[in-house]
Write a protein that binds this ligand. Structure first.
Ligand SMILES: NC(=O)c1ccc[n+]([C@@H]2O[C@H](COP(=O)([O-])OP(=O)(O)OC[C@H]3O[C@@H](n4cnc5c(N)ncnc54)[C@H](O)[C@@H]3O)[C@@H](O)[C@H]2O)c1
Length: 246
């Protein structure tokens, strides 16, 4: 599948970029000429995929739940590249169980990574985007955030929170030439591989297109929202979910 994007001269942070959807998104930006800073908790996996730092790639071990680590890493990228134009808040985890069995730790872990991580990165990059009077932030939410899913009250709360966060920040930063949008994907990744077979069959049956996407099919939606041409789109949630949410 060939789609032409040109991100020459742009600097992009993608969180959770060692595998899955984040890797697919970071690959699109790298192929389109951007300087890319893939962030991930799993630095060995990150290095295996992205190699050492170069003029065009800066892989960084960052826990997005750690606000100090995020602030340091974002400043590192800004110094490396001379600015930050695009941030994709994709890093995520699941800690699934029904609410009466959900520990406070499982609740916090999921909220801290998805919602906390999205907040930490956004707060850290907005100053750089304001200075350039240009910015694109793309957050990753989920069908579960809008519709719920048994065993995922923590994840649903985080993903619903990301939608409210997206719309609010979109309003706050619009006047600086910064757009903030979200995608709601479905993709065959390690996260989905962890779903029990019966439940996975049920979910797949609920997707009109009948399958989970390859991560490479999710990335172009992010590329579009991050492009200069999408400058009049902000505060929206773009479903890239095979029709599941229609
Ligand atoms: N796969 C789907 O169908 C689907 C559906 C809806 C939403 N999503 C969302 O898409 C995003 C990517 O999911 P995926 O399916 O590619 O999952 P994945 O598990 O394959 O990849 C997630 C990546 O995030 C990294 N990560 C986890 N915690 C982190 C942290 N604290 N700091 C930095 N990196 C961290 C992991 O190491 C991993 O590389 C997530 O936000 C997920 O909730 C996925």
């Amino acid at each position: 599948m060939t789609i032409s994007f040109d991100f020459t001269g742009r600097t992009v942070i993608v969180t959770g970029a060692a595998q899955g959807i984040g890797r697919g998104i970071a690959t699109l930006f790298a192929d389109a000429g951007a300087r890319v800073a893939p962030f991930d908790l799993d630095f060995d996996a990150l290095k295996a995929v992205w190699g050492e730092r170069s003029d065009t790639i800066a892989p960084l071990a960052v826990d997005v739940a750690d606000e100090d680590a995020v602030a340091t890493a974002v400043e590192d990228v800004a110094a490396w590249a001379g600015g930050i134009d695009i941030a994709v808040n994709n890093a995520g985890i699941t800690r699934d169980t029904v609410v009466w069995k959900l520990s406070s730790t499982q609740w916090r872990q999921v909220l801290d990574v998805h919602l906390g991580g999205t907040f930490h990165i956004t707060r850290a990059v907005v100053g750089h985007m304001r200075a350039a009077s240009f910015g694109r932030i793309v957050n990753v939410t989920s069908y579960t955030g809008l519709h719920g899913n048994i065993g995922q009250s923590n994840y649903a709360a985080a993903k619903a929170g990301i939608i409210g966060f997206t719309k609010t920040v979109a309003k706050e930063v619009a006047r600086f030439g910064i757009t903030v949008n979200a995608i709601s994907p479905n993709s065959a990744t390690a996260m989905v591989a962890g779903i029990p077979a019966g439940k996975l069959a049920e979910l797949t049956a609920a997707i009109p297109l009948g399958r989970f996407a390859d991560p490479a099919e999710i990335a172009p939606a992010v590329g579009f929202l991050a492009s200069a041409q999408a400058g009049y789109i902000t505060g929206t949630v773009l479903a890239v979910d095979g029709g599941m949410s229609m």
